[in-house]
Ligand binder design. Structure first.
Ligand code: G16
Length: 564
């Protein structure tokens, strides 16, 4: 029989979950009791339902995942949890956690990831709690967890419990007079089974393989050494028979091979180059924990996440899941370009604009009002689970292309011809000094909310921009009426152009400033206007943004760290 030990501890400052869980440098998590405090606080926040419950545990394979899985097992055993479902070797993608929580109706899950942030001993780690709907905990829960971290005095643990997670199978332990079960599950199976229900795999397979009358459709799928590797191999190589040459970086590595596992044109540049220089019709990349995606077409034709969302919204009927369950509303995060809004209008669907953070979509989905949503930060997903889902997005695109027979580029051109084009760019200034950035936000908020700002006009690059709205975005959840205020400064212009400035909630050090710019070109503007280089099209707006925000002065940065 194993015994529960109560260990005295002291609170740490700063254990406040950000946009998506607690993300800090690995070395912060390595401090004595730091990780234990946070895990105990997650469990305490669920105190009422803990006795006899089941939780899902898994992570993206980065440095420290296995050690923290071990701590979670021991602390859960000490706190009356009845059962843990753990991915083999501690590996589960974020969408897979969501899928498994929902499938087995567990109390929730603990996800170990810092998502797209780099891994390794000198980089980032993260812990996130997902609720019984499979989605990231809402603000009320994360605030509660945070409150508990500020006063924690002890945690409960079963130090002598030894439970390896290398092999699939059930292990049962006697803890005091209770039974504690750990089931190590195949990381991939539940998720893949679900994808096979959602999509028509034989149809995608025949697209990829070609036929007597059609060339094979060649894909290159990049897991960026993150957790999606095993999922991608099982789906694209074993199920869709795309061939080993159609996948890359499919072995999860603790440090993602030293790369930044963020699927965008900067960090997935080698995929982009391979697709550009090779004979590929389609490319996709996913981030460390598998919830983000980037889609490119032949010659590395880039699909912005905002456009990807709009195209899928317009073509959801081509996906068996939606043909079966129907299509409800659409949603996007506030800084995401409004391309999908136009689709919603045309199809007569409800449209929601929420703050940045996938957690804001969950209530709408649970209430049956939201089918498809996305974010400019390379997140796309649907109500099939409660997380964004990278592999799902790639399969959704392939389903659309298999059904329409069009290329990626033609799909986009057709979409712009019908709806017009929302040019979009985001400038990130990473790890800046926090104080001047806070000053910058304050100064800009004062400026844009001052009397006279509304209606004022600015000239830039030969264009005139007239302010039609300006505020610090605030959102009231239509379901539970909770309010999230201070979600980003936005300036909207009369021609539909928009500027947004906010501080990231996922960085692990200093402040990361995000500047978003969007300009709308109507369909009537003609082919040339719809096919411009995005940065060129946005130049006047971006120059105006730098002037308005005084970004370079406050951050001391000449140029952004990343442009997407
Ligand atoms: C998380 C959230 C997303 C959010 C993104 C960026 O993504 O789940 O909803 O858009 O962070 O947030 P921020 O702009 O505050 O850095 P992930 O992929 O990191 O979990």
């Amino acid at each position: 029989m194993l015994n529960v030990v109560t260990v005295n501890t002291n609170p740490y400052e700063g254990q406040k979950p950000g946009t998506s869980g607690l993300r800090k440098k690995v070395k912060v998590f390595l401090q004595k009791n730091y990780t234990e405090n946070f895990i105990q606080s997650i469990l305490d926040a669920n105190k009422e339902s803990l006795e006899g419950c089941t939780l899902v545990v898994g992570g993206d394979g980065r440095y420290l995942v296995k050690e923290v899985v071990d701590k979670i097992i021991k602390i859960c055993a000490g706190n009356g949890v009845a059962k843990l479902l753990i991915g083999q070797n501690g590996l589960l993608s974020t969408p897979a956690v969501s899928c498994i929580i929902r499938k087995y109706k567990t109390l929730g899950g603990i996800v170990l990831t810092a998502s797209h942030n780099p891994g390794g001993i000198d980089n980032d780690f993260g812990i996130k709690f997902n609720c019984s709907n499979g989605g990231p905990a809402p603000d009320a829960t994360t605030n509660h967890i945070y409150q508990l971290t500020t006063s924690i005095q002890h945690y409960k643990i079963v130090p002598d419990l030894v439970c390896p997670v290398d092999n699939i199978g059930v292990q049962t332990f006697k803890v005091g007079d209770r039974e504690f079960v750990v089931e190590v599950i195949d990381s991939v199976s539940d998720y893949v089974d679900y994808m096979k229900e959602i999509f028509d795999f034989p149809k995608i397979r025949s697209l990829l393989q070609g036929s007597e009358t059609r060339k094979p459709f060649k894909v290159l799928i990049d897991s960026m050494s993150g957790v999606t590797g095993p999922y991608v191999r099982r789906i694209f190589v074993s199920e869709l028979c795309a061939g080993e040459g159609s996948v890359r970086r499919v072995v999860p590595l603790q440090d993602f091979g030293g790369a930044h596992p963020d699927p965008n044109l900067t960090y997935a540049a080698d995929l982009v180059n391979e697709v550009k220089n090779g004979d590929y019709d389609f490319g996709a990349a996913f981030d460390g924990d598998g919830d983000r995606n980037m889609i490119i077409g032949r010659d590395a034709f880039f699909v912005t996440p905002s456009d990807s969302l709009a195209v899928l919204a317009a073509q959801l009927h081509r996906i068996p899941y939606f043909a079966r369950v129907g299509v409800r509303g659409f949603a996007r995060s506030m800084p995401t370009a409004a391309a999908v809004d136009r689709v919603a209008r045309k199809l007569g669907k409800e449209m929601f604009e929420v703050p940045t953070g996938w957690k804001y979509f969950g209530n709408l989905m649970d209430a049956g009002r939201l089918s498809l949503c996305g974010e400019e930060s390379f997140g796309t997903g649907s109500d099939h689970i409660r997380e964004k889902d990278g592999v799902w997005a790639a399969l959704a695109w392939l389903s659309v292309l298999a059904d329409s027979g069009a290329s990626v580029e033609d799909t986009l051109l057709g979409h712009w011809r019908e709806y017009g084009r929302n040019y979009f760019a985001r400038y990130d200034y990473e790890e800046c000094a926090a104080e001047p950035c806070a000053d910058m936000m304050r100064a800009l908020e004062e400026k844009i909310t001052a009397p006279g700002f509304l209606g004022s006009s600015f000239s830039s690059g030969g264009r005139t921009f007239v302010v039609s709205a300006a505020d610090n975005f605030s959102y009231m959840d239509p379901i539970d009426r909770s309010v999230a205020a201070g979600q980003g400064l936005r300036v909207v212009f009369a021609d539909g152009a928009r500027l947004v400035l906010r501080l990231s909630g996922t960085g692990s050090a200093g402040a990361t400033v995000r500047l978003y710019a969007e300009a709308y070109e109507p369909a009537e503007a003609g082919a040339e206007a719809l096919r411009r280089d995005a940065r060129q099209a946005l130049r006047p707006l971006l120059d105006l943004a730098l002037d308005l925000t005084q970004l370079q002065k406050y951050t001391g940065r000449e140029r952004p760290t990343v442009i997407t």
